[in-house]
Design a protein around this ligand. Structure first.
Ligand code: SAH
Length: 345
């Protein structure tokens, strides 16, 4: 049975009709749920009998805060939540000048196996339900008291490997009766699942697609991203061109700068050649060191040089400001630490 918070208003309307309730109840319940209510008792415009019935048939789920860390430097807050089955996921709240942004997880763990990423070390445990993604946005807003205006799907997991649930989540969080977050304020990041990029293109959403490229060639990408064996760079870039053709939305590329692996000037030049004619934006991210990995971040000088070559070649490139460095606020690090500590106990 689907969780009530994963259901759209038309679906809730059908359910309430079956229960012999008037249609307007659906919208009332939806609005309460999407405000972060944890108990039917709080739904004061609902008859008591219905509240009691729903509490029995459809208990409200809400994640519990296991850990909350706040950066002293930049106000970034990282949450580790416990889901109703005991699994944990992370959400990061970042305070940018244009608005409060949450970075949410889409899966518990990940099966993509990128060599530099902490989220994938324990493999995929399970995919998140739509309401579990919504809850991360909702309860981050409730707990912090800060209104959330932007979302990035860049936490633990591969969003396009959980396609249907992610699409449903987007519909929910975008709905005017719900959190009403504009698609233009949402970014979805993928390691490059080509058929799913095409499927996403068909939906013609106004969100920003971020592609984790991290290398200019198969030679390099093969060594750090196993997904490249299934969808090599040529196919991936072709899919990006199709995506742009279908949506007219500029693609944002992520490029983690790894010392001695992908950060040479010739890598930047090759990248320029391969992106020719594709409106793109490059996000250069100095690698966040992961304890279990031998990979090291590029030097500041290498990052600057790389950026200059791209910019001079006509591809806008920004060096991502690293937020929350003092609180393990990157990809799966907090969950990983917690799971390891728990095992020790
Ligand atoms: N699975 C999706 C989204 C989650 S990862 C994807 O691959 O895009 C979000 C971004 O963080 C990706 O670009 C990912 O490659 C990057 N990333 C993961 N570990 C990192 C690290 N240690 N340092 C810098 N970036 C990292």
């Amino acid at each position: 049975m689907m969780n009530l918070k994963s259901m759209t208003i038309p679906e809730l309307t059908a359910l309430f009709k079956e229960m012999g309730q008037p249609a307007f109840r659906a919208k009332q319940v939806y609005m309460w749920l999407h405000r972060g209510v944890r108990d039917y008792g709080e739904m004061t415009n609902l008859p008591g009998a219905l509240r009691a019935q729903l509490a029995q048939s459809h208990p409200i789920c809400a994640p519990a805060v296991v850990r909350k860390q706040e950066s002293q430097k930049d106000g970034t807050i990282k949450y580790l939540w416990r889901l109703s089955d005991g699994n944990c996921v992370e959400t990061v709240l970042m305070r940018y000048h244009y608005g409060n942004t949450v970075c949410i997880s889409t899966e518990v763990g990940c099966r993509m196996g990128c060599a530099f990423c902490a989220s994938t070390l324990g493999g995929l445990v399970r995919r998140l339900e739509p309401f579990e993604m919504l809850d991360q946005v909702l309860f981050t807003q409730v707990d912090s008291g800060l209104p959330i205006s932007h979302i990035v799907l860049m936490g633990i997991g591969e969003p396009l490997d959980n396609f249907d649930n992610v699409m449903r989540f987007l519909e929910l969080v975008n709905s005017p009766e719900g959190m009403n977050i504009s698609m233009r304020h949402i970014s979805l990041s993928t390691c490059g699942l080509v058929p799913k990029i095409d499927e996403l293109a068909e939906r013609k959403l106004q969100l920003t697609l971020s592609v984790s490229l991290h290398a200019p060639s198969d030679e390099i990408r093969d060594t750090i991203m196993p997904v490249n064996k299934a969808y090599p760079t040529e196919e991936l870039l072709a899919a990006c061109r199709r995506y742009y053709g279908a949506t007219n939305r500029r693609i944002s590329f992520e490029y983690a700068m790894i010392h001695g692996v992908n950060d040479r000037p010739e890598d930047a030049r090759l990248l320029l050649k391969r992106l020719k004619g594709l409106p793109a934006h490059m996000n250069l991210i100095p690698l966040n060191h992961v304890e279990e990995s031998p990979l090291k971040p590029s030097t500041r000088k290498a990052v600057m040089e790389f950026q200059t070559i791209l910019e001079q070649g006509g591809v806008p490139a920004t060096v991502r400001r690293t937020l929350g460095g003092d609180i393990d606020a990157s990809c799966g690090q907090l969950r990983r630490k917690y799971t390891k500590e728990e095992r020790k106990e």
